[in-house]
Design a protein around this ligand. Sequence first.
Ligand code: 6CS
Length: 313
Amino acid sequence: DTWRYAFEEALEEVQGKFAQKFKEEVEANSDHEVQLFPFGTLGESADIMEQAQSGILQFVDQSPGFTGALIPEAQVFFVPYLLPADRDQLFSFFRNSKAIHELFPPLYAEQGLELLTMFPEGEVMMTTTEAVASPADLNEVKFRVMTNPLLVESYRAFGATPTPLPWGEVYGALQTGIIQGQENPAFFIESTKMYEVTDHITRPGHNNFTTAVMANKDFYDGLSDEEKQVVQNAIDTAFEFIIEYQTGLTEESLTKIQEAKPEMTITTLTDEQRAPFMATAESVEQEFLKIGGDQAQAILDQMKADLAAAAGG
Ligand code: 6CS
C-alpha cells in the first residue's frame, strides 16, 4: 500500500532530500510505496501535523519551531547558543542524544506521534532590511519567527519585536514591510529567495535549525516488526545521507546569494559582538523552565549532559 509523507520544504530542499532518500530506501526494501507531499501541497506546518495526528498522513516532518505549541518541551531547541557550532559535535549530539532518543519519544507519543528522528538543517542566520551588529539594531524591528513561544521570548531578549507567522506568509510580509527580518539556514534563504526582500545577512551563531520526522503512532504500532525495521533502517540511512549532504552547503548557498545579489551584505558577528546576544541565554533558559512543560527541567538537564558528551567525544 501507499504511505503518505508530508514535509515543510520543497523537494530539493533539505527536508525534501531526506524524504526522497527515505522513500527510495522504503521502496527498495519493501512492497510499500511512499508518496511525498512537499510544502504547499497540503497546507502549512500546522496543517500537516494535524493530518499526521489524525492518520490522514502516515509520516510528517515538522520542526520544533512549530511543534513547541503542541509539545512545550520541544521549545528547548530555542535556547540560544545551546547547540554547538562545531559540526562534528553537533552531529554526534544528534546521533547519540538520550534526550532525543529516550526522553522525547514518550512526549511525542502522548500526541499520537512516533518520533523517528531529529536532525540539524544548518546554522541559522538573520536576514534583515537594515544591518544588525547588536541588539540595539533590532530595536523596533518586527522580526518573523516560527510560531513558538520560546522563540518569541528569545527574540524579545535579542531586542526585537518578534512576530510569529507561518512560513507561507513570510516573503509577502517582508515585501510589504509588515516585518523587517526573519531567520533561517543559508540554503533556505537562497532557495526561497529571501535575499530579494532583505539586504543583510547576519550570523550571530546562536542556533542550528532542528527538525523532526514522525509517524502517526497508531499506524506505526500496527506495522509488523519487519516493517518497523524497514522504516528504522530507511530513517537511519536518510539521517546519514542528510548529514553528508550538508557538507559545504552553507558556503555554497551564501556564494549563490552573493552572485544573485552582489550588494547583499553577509556578516559573521565577532565574539565581542556576539557577547550581548549570548548574555540572553540564561534568561531564555529560565523562561524555558517556566513554559517548557512538566519535563522541561529533565529535558534541559539531559540535553546538557548529551552536549557535554558530544563535546568530549
Ligand atoms: O522558517 C520556516 O518556517 C521554515 N524553515 C525551514 C528551514 N524549514 C521549514 C520551516 O517551515
